[in-house]
Structures are given as C-alpha cells and as structure tokens.
Design a protein around this ligand. Structure first.
Ligand SMILES: [Zn+2]
Length: 533
C-alpha cells in the first residue's frame, strides 16, 4: 500500500469488506454471492436504496469477489493484490464513475470506447456507476447501446437512490437488488464494534440513540458517531448525544406526551421549555415527539411491541397512551407536527411555532369519540351547504371516501359547529391562507375510523366538507393577498382621480399600502355589517 493516509473517516475505515459484513442487506449478499458461486453472473446489476445503506460497498465487494486471485469466489479473500487494490479504489479494471459529476453523453461515449478494451489484469472489467439517475437522456441512450450488447468481459453495477428516474429500457436490462434501510438494532451493534475497535467508551444507550437518529442509514450513523468521538472525550453517555443532535432528554419527551394525553397544555409547555433549557433544539424535540407518537399510533391500531422503536427511557407507556388517545386523534397530532416541522424550516421563530403546535395538540378534541358520535347522527340535509374543500394540505386524510360533489348552497350554518380550539392560535401570525388549514385537520379526521358501510358516506359527509358562514368566507376572501393588492391599486387610482393635486398624487403612492391594510379590516367588518343591514 501507499504511504499511510492522513486520516480516514470512520465510515470509510469500517466499510464492509465481505458480503458477510453487509449489515441489514443479507438478501443482497446471498443473491450476489450465490450468482458467483453458481457461475450465473449477469452483465448488468442495479442497486437501489436510500443513501448510506451499503450500495457502493456491495458493488465493491462484488467486484472483488469477481476479480479475486483466489476466485471468482462467493467471498473475496481481501488478501490478494486485486482485492486490496479494489478496496483502495485503485484497480484499473474496476472503474467507479460518479454520474452526478459525469452526466453527459461525452463521458458515456468515452466509457463505451473503454468498454471494448480487454481487462488489464483481472477477468473482467467492472463499471460501478454511482447516482446513475443523474445521467442525461442522451447519456442514458448511449449507455443503453452498451447494455444491449456488452462484451463478455464487462459487468455493470448501477447504483441509485431514485430508480424511478431511470428509463424503463435501462431497468429492464438490469438485475435489480433493492437495499433496505437498516434497523436500529443492527446499526447499534455495528457501532459498538467500531467503538471497541477505536478504543473509545460509549454507553449502549448513547449508541442506541445514534442508531435511531440515523433513520436506517448506516453511513449517517457512523458520521454521527465520528462527530461524537471528536467532540467528547472519556466516557460518553446519552447526554453527549442529545447535545450533539439537539434533542431533549427522553423523560422530557415522555412528560410532554403525558401532558398532551391529559390535555394539559401548560404542563406540555413546561416540559418543552425544560428540554430547550437543557440545550435541546425545538425542532429536535418535535422530531422526538413524532417518533414517540408514531409508536402510540401503531399501538392504537393493534401493532405489537416488536414494532416499537422508542426506548424505555421515556418513562411512559406509549402503547397505553396510544390506545387512550385513539387512532384518529393521533393521526391529526402527527399531521400537526409534520406541518409545523416543515414550516419551522422556513421560519425564524421556531420556538413559538413549536409551542403553538404543543398547545394545539393539547387542545385537540377526542376525535375518535367525536367520530363515533357523528356516526350516530341522522343525515342532515344541510350537509350540501358546505363550501367546497379548498385545502390541499391534507390529502392523506381525505382518501377513503367517494366524494359526491357538494351542490346547492342552502342556508349557511346548519348546526352548531364543534369548532376546534386549535384553529385559533394560528391565525395571528400565519400567512393568509393558513387559517383554513388547521380547521380541516380535526374535521377530516372522523372519516378514518372504520364504521359500518351503510352509515359512513352520508353521516360523515357534513364534517368532511366544512360548512362556513358567509361572513367567514367573505373575511377570508378579503384577506387574500391578491384581493388586497387589487384593492390597493383601486384605492390608489380613486385617490388620483379625487385629489387633483400633482405633488400630493406623488405622495399618495407610499400611503396606499398602509391604507390598504386598514382597508382590509374595514372591509372585513363591512362585510359582516352588510349581513346585519
Ligand atoms: Zn482476493
């Protein structure tokens, strides 16, 4: 080997070197080494799967097993020159191409010319094309020509995180292996091996937290571990991991969930505040809540303990809380958190958004018993008066139902609306269209729980399409940015006509915006007054 490299990151130093080392991808390892053993090696393979799950590592192991001086063998020896050169990325017959930076037709033409040349040392030439979905259409066409009639000594391994972007003509010429995301358990075991090899001390609970945080990506978990080893010294526990990834202590998350289940917003906010004071990041805490509520949700639909991912450190019975809160309520909660997290990525006041979300969760109605109550209601003819659904943000909740189009507008407000309190806190700082958003979440919920076939479509309908009062609709319309803009233009032109004073007309321009916002409020009031008059 060459002179010792300065420093190699953990993920590279501990890259798997044999099929048996591929964590969580046993089906792939079996398929590939079986193909070599039986002499039925195809000429093109497609490895798909999320980032960091071992696609490129598997491709290299496969290349080694084909080229090994003691092979072709079901496992490479990792001793011979070929094995060592391939592992170091220096073998002339194993070519790795990053399609993200070589995506044009010229690069692929070059590749086609090289393909014709016989291997210099090994039995085969192996082309590993990473991120193959990044190739241009012309490049795919050029590659296709090679895939159609490759020379016998050429093997292709195409790796991608997005197989849907590949042309069907390419897909149909490859043997496809789907890499799965890796479960936290195997990741934590692998991390423990690395920690031991590095001579470090990290508690199993800390490794477990890293493994869960990596969300199935072995490489992400190793990068986190490396960061941890670099930032902390001595005996490393779970607090160091929390500090690194911005999450709160697990008992805090448990407290928040208990408070939400008890509909105690103040207690939820207190626990959240304590987590943030302890160094957690608001988004990190909400992420933890999502993970814990996910376990609650699975328990609420009857899943067993084997699918639970949350540690016992939360100190609460997630399964019990899940059954207590009910599936529909949990779905709505998760949706609120999901929307909040995506809004937080764009916002500069993430703490407030997180607190708003917690208050909304704690104030959420018991949607399951609501749904049960609704299922028992007689059909209301006024259901048709509902406004058409305007929101697109909750498509997953509106799935299970054929939708008869709401027709005639009868009188507004047919029944006292069980207006959810969660709709309120948002409006002050939300963008104009969002007052509508929270309103639909709780309302669309009751459709979800299974109900007798005969009752569901009509009894649930009134809630599915929220009835709005005329005044509310007018108010929302008046607040729409386009309407406001049109009104400001209109106001400005009126003013120009009324005041025929050239200098004042120039001055009027800047004031229009102020006046138009005032106009909005006036108009909204006016529209309500209009109804009275
Ligand atoms: Zn070898």
């Amino acid at each position: 080997m060459d002179a010792a490299p300065a420093y190699q990151v953990v993920a590279r130093r501990y890259r798997p070197q044999r099929f048996a080392d591929l964590v969580g991808q046993e089906h792939v390892a079996r398929g590939l080494s079986g193909a070599i053993e039986s002499g039925r090696v195809g000429h093109a393979y497609l490895f798909t799967g999320a980032r960091g799950v071992g696609k490129t590592s598997a491709a290299r192991i496969f290349a080694k097993a084909l080229q090994c001086a003691n092979g072709p063998a079901p496992e490479p020896c990792n001793e011979c020159d070929a094995c060592r050169d391939i592992a170091a990325g220096q073998d002339v017959d194993v070519v790795e191409i990053d399609a993200a930076s070589n995506r044009g037709v010229d690069e692929i033409r070059q590749l086609r010319q090289n393909v014709a040349v016989r291997p210099a040392r090994g039995r085969a030439k192996v082309y590993i094309i990473d991120e193959v979905h990044m190739l241009t259409r012309e490049a795919f066409n050029a590659l296709l020509k090679t895939l159609e009639e490759p020379p016998g000594h050429v093997k292709f391994v195409l790796c991608t995180t997005e197989p849907d972007k590949l042309p069907i003509t390419i897909l149909s010429r490859c043997q496809r292996f789907d890499f799965t995301i890796v479960a936290p358990g195997p990741i934590a075991r692998r991390l423990a091996q690395i920690v031991e090899a590095e001579g470090a001390e990290v508690t199993p609970a800390a490794l477990d937290l890293i493994a869960r945080r990596a969300a199935g990506s072995m490489r992400d978990s190793q990068s986190l571990l490396e960061q941890l080893l670099g930032s902390a010294t001595g005996h490393i526990g779970i607090d160091e991991v929390h500090a690194l990834i911005g999450t709160g202590r697990e008992e805090r998350v448990g407290e928040i969930i208990s408070a939400i289940a008890a509909r105690d917003a103040a207690a939820a906010l207190a626990a959240f505040d304590a987590a943030v004071q302890g160094g957690a990041d608001p988004g990190g805490v909400l992420d933890q809540l999502v993970a814990a509520l996910r376990d609650c949700l699975l328990a609420s639909v009857g899943c067993g303990p084997d699918v639970m991912t949350q540690p016992a450190g939360l100190g609460v019975d997630l399964a019990g809380l899940g059954r207590q809160m009910g599936t529909a309520t949990l779905l709505a909660m998760l949706q609120i958190l999901d929307q909040t997290l995506s809004r937080m990525s764009l916002s500069s006041h993430v703490g407030v958004l997180a607190e708003m979300a917690l208050v909304r969760l704690a104030h959420l109605e018991d949607l399951d018993s609501l749904a049960a109550a609704v299922a028992g209601l007689p059909e209301s003819p006024a259901a048709a008066s509902a406004a058409p659904p305007r929101e697109k943000k909750t498509p997953e909740l509106t799935l299970p139902r054929p939708q008869p189009a709401p027709v005639a507008r009868a009188e507004p407000e047919p029944e006292p609306r069980p207006e959810s309190p969660v709709a309120r806190p948002v409006s002050p700082e939300a963008p104009p269209q969002s007052p509508a958003v929270p309103r639909t979440e709780p309302r669309t919920e009751p459709r979800l729980p299974p109900k007798p076939e005969a009752v569901e479509p009509r009894a649930v309908e009134p809630r599915a399409v929220p009835a709005r009062s005329q005044a509310a609709l007018l108010r929302e319309t008046a607040n729409h940015p386009l309407v406001a803009h049109a009104r400001s233009l209109f106001d400005a032109s009126i003013r120009r006509v009324e005041k025929r004073q050239p200098p004042a007309a120039e001055m009027a321009a800047p004031t229009t915006s102020d006046e138009s916002t005032g106009g909005q409020i006036n108009d909204a009031n006016a529209s309500e007054h209009a109804g009275v008059e």
